[in-house]
Design a protein around this ligand. Structure first.
Ligand code: NAP
Length: 263
């Protein structure tokens, strides 16, 4: 199947590694030109060089912080200057800190809102003019399984990511007449630095090794292991591509069968 991604221009936020990099790599392997952003200049430039060397397609690296609107606008402007169009956007950022209700004050709630929900609004707002002018586009938000099954120690993430999914659903309705699709991609447990750090933290609390903690987590997954960023990236590439031209307002879960909800 031809995904129709060749020469498309796809922006991926928080993409120097992990889930964002996995999607950037998958679309680049399909011939899309990519503009990737994250906060650490050395890492994002390394990732862009790496993608370009591997796939032969142009890759632009940009320093951007999801919590800083100016840097989001500059990233979108640089992408337009460099490539002349924007066909796809992946909304992504680091996750809010772990903790439960009594751990957080207003400052923590405000920071989580800005990192997860407001950043989504701002990134989408930054690309809409170009997509509207071109007559279409595809937007993909990355959230978490907590949108369906809240995770006890990730209260801020549970609440803010539910907002992102609502935003995506509402926008999918509003933007359909303009041929802009909006979908949401949900990772279960994909093997990234963040998941490894969480496993290490939990292992220390439980007095086990990180390997034992990982094995315990994997035993809860019907597929028997964590997902890879390649597997996650391919699902993202599909939703961003013309092959998904009639899919909007949807949530696709990539979790090896972990979630037990029917819908
Ligand atoms: P990761 O491997 O730690 O990668 C995070 C990426 O985001 C890095 O490129 C990082 O680069 C960038 N980043 C972090 N904060 C940023 C910010 N404020 N602005 C721009 N870029 C930023 O993490 P991941 O596993 O890919 O996770 C990505 C998102 O998915 C997180 O929100 C995470 O909570 C969520 N998630 C992941 C999983 C999973 O299975 N991996 C499951 C559920 C939810 P810099 O630090 O240089 O900016």
């Amino acid at each position: 199947m031809d995904l129709g991604l060749k020469d498309k221009v796809i922006m991926v936020a928080a993409a120097s590694k992990g889930l964002g990099f996995g999607i950037a790599q998958a679309v680049a392997r399909e011939g899309a030109r990519v503009s990737i952003g994250s906060r650490t200049e050395r890492d994002i430039m390394w990732a862009a060089r790496n993608l370009q060397a591997e796939t032969g397609v142009p890759a632009l690296g940009a320093v951007m912080d999801a919590t800083d609107n100016e840097s989001i606008l500059e990233w979108a402007a640089a992408t337009l200057t460099h490539f002349g169009r924007i066909d796809g956007l992946v909304v992504n950022a680091g996750g809010p800190p772990a903790g439960s209700f009594d751990d957080f004050d207003d400052t923590d709630w405000q920071a989580a809102f800005e990192l997860t929900l407001l950043s989504s609004v701002r990134m989408i707002r930054a690309v809409l003019p170009a997509m509207r002018e071109q007559g279409g586009g595809a937007i993909l938000t990355i959230t978490s399984s907590s949108i369906k099954e809240p995770i006890d120690i990730l209260l801020l993430s549970n609440v803010m990511r539910s907002g992102v999914v609502s935003l995506a659903k509402s926008l999918s309705q509003q933007l359909a007449p303009e041929k802009i699709r909006v979908n949401n991609l949900v990772p279960g447990r994909i093997d990234t630095d963040r998941v490894r750090a969480l496993d290490k933290l939990t292992a220390e609390k439980l007095g086990v090794t990180p390997e034992q903690q990982k094995a315990a987590q994997e035993s809860l997954i019907p597929w028997g292991r964590y997902g890879t960023i390649e597997e996650f990236g391919k699902a993202g590439a599909f939703l961003l591509s013309d092959a998904a031209s009639y899919i909007t307002g949807e949530t696709l879960i990539v979790d090896g069968g972990s979630m037990r909800t029917v819908w």
